[in-house]
Write a protein that binds this ligand. Structure first.
Ligand code: G1P
Length: 296
């Protein structure tokens, strides 16, 4: 390997979560429960099991519940200790044990690119992993480790991709492979990117799935990037700029299980699937669900 694997990650969690109103009036979207664990903890756990030891969470004003969630709660710990609730105690300590968590506040909602720009000081010249907390990757399936190995080996930018039906590509950033690339390959060289294309003009059906390994050059590119789709500074546009400047961009096509918690319908599907394999309630829930579906 040419370099060491990236060990720093940034998780943007500054959005208003308007698709989840009224809940998100007071609860950050990133804390929506997957049974009883916030989605954000599952994403931090994914980073942690892939060797990422420091995580910077970008929040907006009024989202202090996120910092509270990762901070120790001595009063609650004492209460659970006195009750002899070892499982409860382990569960509330788990999140903080996954990685060292840092927080920074994004002052205005200027988009994903601007949120990532808040990581410049934290990255301090090292490669930075970005994980979008709306996308959950099943822990039984491999993506981030492969991306980190490839980035350590080749340098440049490494992107997690999924192949989606053409009608859906407009919801995502789209990555165009170099001409002549094998459409069935799991690792593809990327020539160009476009954020939320019209499906009729999209250069491919490969969508960015919210996992990025970025080199330090990303911060200069973000500074030079003007607002794009939705009038926001798009990370996709900054990556495109680097690709055009000759920085190698590699895509890893993920064909495993992925859940989207950014949309209400997809979120409910994620909860149903993950509840079905929950260690405590999984078998009872699955038995009930079978019976419920056959009855309705
Ligand atoms: C963001 C990115 C997009 C990416 C998507 C993955 O879009 O801008 O490139 O494909 O996340 O979930 P958003 O879902 O925030 O609109």
């Amino acid at each position: 390997m040419a370099h060491r694997r990236a060990r720093l990650a940034l998780i943007p969690a500054a959005g208003r979560g308007t698709r989840f109103l009224p809940l998100t009036k007071s609860v950050p979207k990133e804390l929506v429960p997957i049974v009883s664990t916030p989605a954000l903890e599952l994403v931090v756990a994914e980073a942690s099991r892939n060797g990422v030891s420091e995580v910077l969470i970008v929040v907006s004003k009024g989202k202090s519940a996120i910092a509270d969630y990762f901070a120790p709660d001595r009063g609650l710990e004492t209460l659970l200790q006195e009750k002899g609730d070892a499982a409860g105690l382990a569960s509330i300590r788990h999140a903080a044990q996954l990685a060292t968590i840092h927080h920074v506040e994004q002052s205005a909602p200027r988009g994903l690119g601007d949120a990532v720009a808040h990581g410049e000081h934290f990255a301090a010249g090292e490669a930075l992993v970005v994980l979008l907390p709306d996308d959950l990757i099943d822990e039984r399936d491999e993506l981030l480790g492969t991306m980190l190995d490839l980035q350590a080996d080749r340098g440049g930018i490494v992107l997690g991709l999924i192949d989606v039906p053409r009608a859906e590509i407009g919801k995502y950033g789209c990555a165009a492979p170099v001409p002549g690339a094998d459409p069935t390959a799991d690792v593809v060289n990327i020539a160009d990117l476009v954020e939320k294309p019209d499906p009729r003009d999209a250069p491919s059906t490969l969508a960015l799935v919210g996992r990025y390994v970025l080199p330090p050059e990303i911060f200069d590119a973000l500074r030079e990037t003007q607002p794009g789709a939705n009038d926001e500074i798009q990370l996709t546009d900054a990556i495109r700029r680097l690709a055009r400047d000759g920085v190698p961009v590699t895509g890893v096509v993920f064909r495993g299980r992925r859940y989207d918690t950014g949309d209400r319908l997809e979120y409910v599907k994620a909860v149903v699937q993950l509840a079905g394999r929950h260690p405590e309630i999984g078998s009872d829930f699955t038995a009930w669900l079978r019976e419920y579906v056959s009855r309705t």
